[in-house]
Design a protein around this ligand. Structure first.
Ligand code: NAD
Length: 352
């Protein structure tokens, strides 16, 4: 089969890890007789430098007309001026909006051989396999009014946490569908004891749950969910939550796996193009050294194959190769090893 994939390597270590992920995709293409047509575009700081904007209309349109988008990371000290008229992160938000991706999926699995790399006690990490689903287009980050102004002698600011029932319904439904193929458990996280938007969230989640009698639904307040992610992460399966709670909980959950460099993510739209990226940033402290861990990006390509191209066997093939390479002791420096970005990918490719 033939697919068009837009590559947005971005800044810092982004190009280094995307290059390795493409090598892995090429091996998959050869093994399963597919053709991946890549189109590489600038996004983020590199796009500001070249075009004066973090995301051009042409790049967005190229992304919209492809089967999937693979992103490295954007940002860095060069573009950090808070007064700048454009910033790399703006490009990322515009891209998510332009692709209408409303669900961010972050699988967090702790590899048995890496339990020692996590700051948590080993006994808490046995069997951890969580899928965190964060709502991406609503809530506090987009609600209106959003403003900052002087009111008399005081400076005043407001953000608005708003949700429509249909926004909650589509993401909770996705959580139930994905839970059906897993341990059949959904934890819906809210703050229903205080927030009206959370009471709506809980009501909609309960209604959706009735359509999935085989999946167990539990509601949990965000504060206790944050605690449980540390004290009993193995008791959780699919977690679904609104935008800001998800932003915070997904980073907390990532610590379980031992290194930021390990974790992939997928951002999905209702029927259109998916966006795939590692959860880490551009890591300016190690950029250019060739030592970044490519696994988060390589596992993101597995999600791309699974969710956008519907190539489940190929996706599982990548995941198994990563798993075996780690079991055999392959480690980049963030995991206490000595392998370079390229050598780590070589080890993974050996296991196909
Ligand atoms: P970061 O994720 O870039 O780095 C945090 C720490 O983790 C650093 O010590 C880094 O060396 C390490 N690290 C990250 N990825 C790694 C990998 N693949 N292998 C080995 N080590 C890795 O976060 P930060 O330092 O807070 O942010 C740096 C820049 O990235 C900022 O400009 C920020 O805005 C941007 N950022 C971008 C994204 C994105 O593109 N989606 C996400 C987060 C941060």
């Amino acid at each position: 089969m033939e697919f068009k994939i837009t590559l947005l390597p971005g800044d810092g270590i982004g190009p280094e890890v995307v290059e390795e992920a493409v090598r892995v995709l090429d091996v998959i293409a050869a093994k399963y007789n597919h053709t991946f047509q890549y189109q590489e575009r600038l996004m983020g700081g590199c796009s500001i430098d070249r075009y004066g904007t973090s995301l051009t209309d042409e790049t967005l349109s190229d992304c919209q007309s492809s089967d999937a988008v693979l992103l490295g990371a954007v940002g860095g000290p060069k573009w950090d001026d808070p007064n700048a008229k454009d910033r790399p992160e703006r490009g990322l938000l515009a891209l998510r909006k332009g692709l209408s991706v409303f669900a961010n999926l972050r699988p967090v699995k702790v590899h048995a051989a890496l339990i020692g790399a996590s700051p948590l006690k080993p006994e808490r990490l046995q069997g951890v396999d969580i899928l965190v689903i964060r709502e991406l287009t609503g809530g506090l980050y987009f609600g209106q009014p959003k403003l900052r102004e002087m009111r008399g002698d005081c400076e005043y600011a407001v953000d608005t946490l708003e949700y429509y029932d249909y926004e909650i319904k589509r993401i909770v439904e996705l959580a139930f569908k994905l839970a059906e193929g897993r341990k059949q458990k959904v934890t819906s996280v809210d703050k229903a004891n205080v927030l009206e938007s959370s009471r709506l969230w809980r009501r909609v989640a309960t209604d959706v749950g009735k359509k999935y009698p085989d999946v167990n639904l539990e509601h949990q307040l965000v504060d206790s969910a944050a605690m449980r992610l540390i004290t009993g992460p193995a008791t959780m399966d699919v977690i679904v939550t609104e935008n800001m709670f998800g932003d915070i909980l997904t980073d907390e959950a990532s610590v379980l796996a031992g290194s930021m460099g390990m974790l992939p993510s997928a951002s999905l739209s209702e029927a259109g193009v998916g966006l795939y990226e590692p959860i880490h940033g551009s890591a300016p402290d190690i950029a250019g050294k060739g030592i970044a861990n490519p696994i988060g990006t390589i596992l993101s390509t597995a999600l791309l194959l699974r969710y956008s191209l519907k190539l489940e066997e190929e996706a599982a093939c990548i995941e198994q190769a990563v798993d075996r390479a780690i079991t055999d002791g392959a480690r980049t420096t963030d995991l206490g090893g000595t392998l370079t970005t390229r050598q780590m990918t070589d080890e993974i490719i050996k296991h196909f």
